[in-house]
Design a protein around this ligand. Structure first.
Ligand SMILES: Cc1cc2nc3c(=O)[nH]c(=O)nc-3n(C[C@H](O)[C@H](O)[C@H](O)COP(=O)(O)OP(=O)(O)OC[C@H]3O[C@@H](n4cnc5c(N)ncnc54)[C@H](O)[C@@H]3O)c2cc1C
Length: 415
């Protein structure tokens, strides 16, 4: 048996788990956060953090921890469709720029902030199963690096343990809007490839690739093809990857003049929503909701879950609201905020040519700076796709009138 019952045990201590634990500890709860990893450590993920995620870090008092590492700000998103490039500013009032901090930097910052807030952080601790009593989750069973079995108990166990979540496997939540993997992506790091504050992405038939700056003067370049080509292309990842870049010859030339500093890392992911709560348990981050990484929304979505879930759990644990009411609101707020972007992400991840209507719209966006900024903000998760593609907004863009875009009307803040 472990030492004492906690209010909350959080399984997984990266983008979703560490801030959820931190926010609950800041509200005065006794929190244990465990992770089988030790920190700093890397994980399979690129790491563009759009302005909404940067705004969360700022709200939590952690943004200096990113900027002080010399990680360069990104103020321009450029979408190269071949015939034209849509280039705009992704920022919002609270966060004018994006950053691409290495996960070794970001996750360590988050886990340290949790410890600083009073969370008991246990690294190198693997959860093997959840403990249930009378159908209710009451704790976890696991072991530290020594292998000795340990049981810890809490009023609520939160699965922040990613897309292969052990907690989700145990509690079997209802799953909805599922879609099988669409895109297989590979990334690596280059030196001597300056980006000058730009995130660049190239959209080509059956291919998509992107680059942005990160720590240590390195540039991350990621690219992918349909998952149907995964087996065939994995025989020569580097060759196929470089051939893909040739679809944008100037960019390919810049990469070829640079030096690759790391091996290729790649994967593909399932797309799903899971009911994120039940008797004695909750899910945050990829454990509860996952989607293709082509739109790079996962980190700020994890941050948003942390805030929504910590707020709802505080209401439930303090007795202010019934657990199911508070957590039901967490689920509906999450789903409402992410569903339009989920659908857009799956469309992009199919890597099919945009339908004719969208092609016409994109051509009209090109060259109209307000519309290009709105397009960049939509891709950054600042402006909902539902608003960008709203009939009135589309009509205005197609008419090419100088009237304000929806984003100006609403001040660019929608999350
Ligand atoms: C290839 C790729 C590229 C991506 N690019 C981006 C991007 O550019 N921008 C972006 O915003 N998002 C991106 N994402 C998504 C992003 O990585 C995730 O959404 C984000 O990491 C989710 O955080 P999380 O805390 O939920 O899960 P994770 O980061 O997966 O963390 C889960 C943690 O749980 C721990 N854990 C798991 N099981 C156990 C267990 N049984 N016991 C103890 N600990 C356990 C793990 O060790 C891990 O540390 C990308 C994803 C992939 C796969």
């Amino acid at each position: 048996m472990g030492s004492k019952p906690y209010d909350v045990i959080v399984v997984g201590a990266r983008c979703a788990g560490a801030p959820t634990a931190m926010l609950l500890a800041r509200k005065g709860y006794e929190v244990l956060a465990v992770d089988r990893a030790t920190f700093p450590s890397d994980t399979i993920s690129t790491h563009l953090v759009h302005p909404p995620g940067i705004a969360s870090l700022d709200r939590w008092g952690l943004l200096d921890g990113v900027t002080s590492t010399g990680c360069p700000p990104i103020d321009t998103y450029a979408f190269d469709f071949g015939p034209f490039t849509i280039s705009g500013a992704p920022g919002m009032a609270e966060a004018p720029v994006a950053y691409g901090p290495r996960r070794t930097v970001l996750d360590k910052l988050l886990v340290d902030a949790a410890a600083e807030a009073g969370v008991e952080v246990r690294e190198a601790f693997t959860v093997e199963d959840v403990v249930t009593e009378d159908g209710r989750v009451t704790g976890v069973r696991g072991h530290g690096s020594g292998g000795r079995p340990v049981t810890e108990r809490a009023r609520v166990v939160i699965g922040a343990d990613g897309r292969h979540s052990r907690v989700a496997r145990a509690v079997r939540p209802a799953q909805y809007h599922d879609k099988p993997p669409l895109l297989a992506g590979y990334y690596t790091y280059w030196s001597g490839l300056p980006m000058n504050g730009r995130f660049e992405t190239y959209i080509r038939p059956d291919r998509g690739f992107a680059a942005w700056p990160t720590n240590d003067d390195l540039t991350l370049v990621v690219g992918g093809w349909p998952v149907a080509e995964f087996e065939a292309n994995k025989k020569d990842i580097e060759g196929n990857w470089l051939k893909m870049l040739d679809l944008a010859p100037e960019f390919a030339e810049r990469v070829r003049e640079s030096t690759r500093e790391a091996r290729f890392v790649g994967t593909f992911v399932e797309n799903y929503f899971r009911r994120p709560y039940g008797a004695g348990w909750a899910l945050v981050g990829d454990a509860g909701y996952n989607k293709d990484f082509i739109t790079a929304q996962g980190i700020h979505d994890a941050f948003r879950d942390a805030e929504l879930c910590a707020t709802a759990l505080d209401q439930a644990l303090s007795g202010a609201r019934a657990f199911d009411d508070a957590m039901g609101d967490y689920q509906s707020a999450r789903d409402e905020q992410v569903l339009p972007m989920y659908e857009l992400t799956l469309e992009f991840a199919a890597l099919e040519p945009p339908p004719p209507d969208l092609q016409r719209l994109l051509a009209a966006v090109h060259g109209n700076q307000d519309a290009m900024d709105a397009f960049a903000r939509m891709n950054a998760g600042v402006l909902s796709p539902a608003e960008f593609f709203a009939e009135d907004n589309v009509r205005r863009i197609l008419a090419g009138t100088p009237e304000p875009t929806v984003d100006q009307v609403t001040g660019g803040h929608h999350s």
